[in-house]
Ligand binder design. Structure first.
Ligand code: 5AD
Length: 467
């Protein structure tokens, strides 16, 4: 049986795509390798959002090819995902040792192409064409043998129609295409039957879900109708979604946070800039005032709403004054967490041709100042949790310290506590004792625990194949 190793760069959508490819290959008899060293197939699932991510994957592939040559091995090497899509055949010219270039609408074709390559019928395959209904193909889940999954990501759509001037995603992921509500609900049911208690609905712009296909009903958008349908799945405890667009928060979605108890009180609202002038040049479709109004309305809809964001520093033409507008917006919004990105020009995007690029040392300086500023605000908000009792969903051993367990609060904060396997999958009240850097440390409160979660039976297959 051939073994495969998949390395993923970039966002949760990419993680999800890699998981689906791994599950499909496992179902076809492949073994999943723990290391790239001895795998028969190595696939890099790439990200193009910033140049840095592309360079990392290109460097990695070069070192894989070099190591294989030195060891006298000839594994099948492949690029998948966003960089594969946007660079296609150029990747083979630059790195002739590569065998497979698989685009973002072709993940489900990995097995058939690998079969051709492993049999020696062909040495190189580039498949980056568009494919009808490729959004329906990301549905298989992978769970290590003997482990009960607690949370799962569910891909609800692909593509993006926003055309923000800095962003390469419309080129790499294509136009928006949504799955059907029935299909998604059936995937969620299958997951819940296997023990999953929380799902995160995933897509480039989830708030645009079904915009063309699903008529608005009683003032509820296609996305809100989807959340309602998923909410009705018995046994599911929590619903999250990412990533939305601030423009997509209509009254129907804001109201859903108060109305649907499984919808957790966390909104990720990518801001990008606090300056109206820069927001216009970015083609974001909102102003600073409208953004702040949205934050206020979300916090009014649910006490305890956590608001997180993405910000780009150093967009072309950004002056110190524009930057200060971003700083002051961060004060006003009091973000619970923010991801900061240094602007990276992307080929064939309108911003790449805009005048007045910000010098790299200015970008560095603004990045460092804003990071210190937002970390102060966000850590204050974390510290306010000390002494409170909050409900967490226990996910498993802590990623920072495997001798402890961790779970997440409804508003998406990680809580580490002294736990054991019997806590996995439980909704557990914990008292927060102290606060580290973006992590809370808690003690299970002595009030009503859930029933212990059932152990998985030893003969359970490691793959979930959905209906
Ligand atoms: N440069 C820097 N950051 C970018 N992002 C998207 N495109 C770029 C770019 N060209 C950031 C945005 C987005 C996040 C996923 O990546 O902040 O929300």
């Amino acid at each position: 049986m051939p073994s495969v190793f998949i390395k993923t760069y970039g966002c949760q959508m990419n993680e999800r795509d890699s998981e689906a490819v791994a599950a499909q290959l496992l179902a076809r008899g492949y073994a999943l390798s723990e290391s790239e060293q001895d795998a028969d197939v190595v696939l890099l699932n790439t990200c193009s959002v910033r140049d840095f991510a592309e360079q990392k994957a290109l460097g990695k592939m070069q070192s894989l090819a070099g190591a294989a040559r030195r060891q006298g091995r000839a594994p099948v090497l492949g690029f998948m995902g966003c960089m594969a899509q946007s660079r296609a055949g150029q990747l083979l010219e630059a790195q002739p040792r590569v065998n497979l270039v698989l685009g973002t609408q072709k993940f489900h074709r990995a097995a058939e192409h690998l079969e051709t390559l492993l049999s020696g019928r062909q040495r190189q395959i580039v498949d980056t064409a568009a494919e009808e209904r490729s959004q329906d193909a990301i549905r298989e889940h992978l769970v290590p043998a003997g482990v009960r999954p607690v949370t799962a990501f569910v891909s609800i759509m692909q593509g993006c129609n926003q055309h923000c001037t800095f962003c390469i995603v419309p080129q790499t992921r294509g136009a928006e295409r949504s799955r059907s509500i029935a299909d998604i609900v059936s995937e969620v049911r299958g997951l819940v039957d296997r023990g999953v208690r929380e799902v995160t609905l995933l897509g480039q712009i989830v708030t645009s879900f079904g915009r063309r296909e699903i008529p608005v009903r009683d003032g509820h958008s296609g996305f809100v109708q989807l959340v309602e349908a998923v909410h009705a799945v018995d046994g599911l405890e929590r619903i999250r979604f990412t990533s939305p667009h601030p423009k997509g928060y209509g009254d129907d979605l804001i109201g859903a946070f108060g109305r649907l108890p499984k919808l957790t009180e966390h909104a990720h609202l990518p801001l990008q800039s606090g300056s109206d002038r820069i927001l216009r040049r970015m083609h974001r479709g909102y102003t600073r005032e409208r953004y702040l109004d949205l934050v206020r309305r979300l916090r009014a809809a649910h006490a305890g709403m956590a608001v997180t964001t993405d910000i780009i520093v150093g967009f072309p033409g950004e002056t110190e004054e524009d930057f200060q507008e971003t700083v002051s917006l961060c004060d006003a919004a009091a973000f619970d967490q923010a991801y900061l990105f240094k602007y990276s020009p992307r080929r064939d995007t309108p911003a790449a041709a805009m005048p007045d690029p910000v010098p790299p040392e200015v970008i560095e300086d603004r990045h460092a100042r804003l990071l210190a500023h937002i970390n102060r605000i966000a850590l204050d908000r974390f510290a306010a949790f000390v002494g409170r009792t909050v409900e967490i969903l226990v996910e498993g051993p802590s990623r920072r310290n495997a001798s402890r367990f961790e779970g997440r609060t409804r508003d998406n904060r990680i809580v580490v506590f002294e736990g054991s396997e019997r806590h996995r999958g439980q909704l557990l009240p914990v008292r927060i004792e102290r606060c580290g850097s973006f992590t809370l440390y808690g003690d299970p409160a002595i009030v009503g625990l859930d029933e212990p979660h059932p152990e998985p039976s030893p003969d359970e297959l490691p793959v979930l194949l959905n209906p």
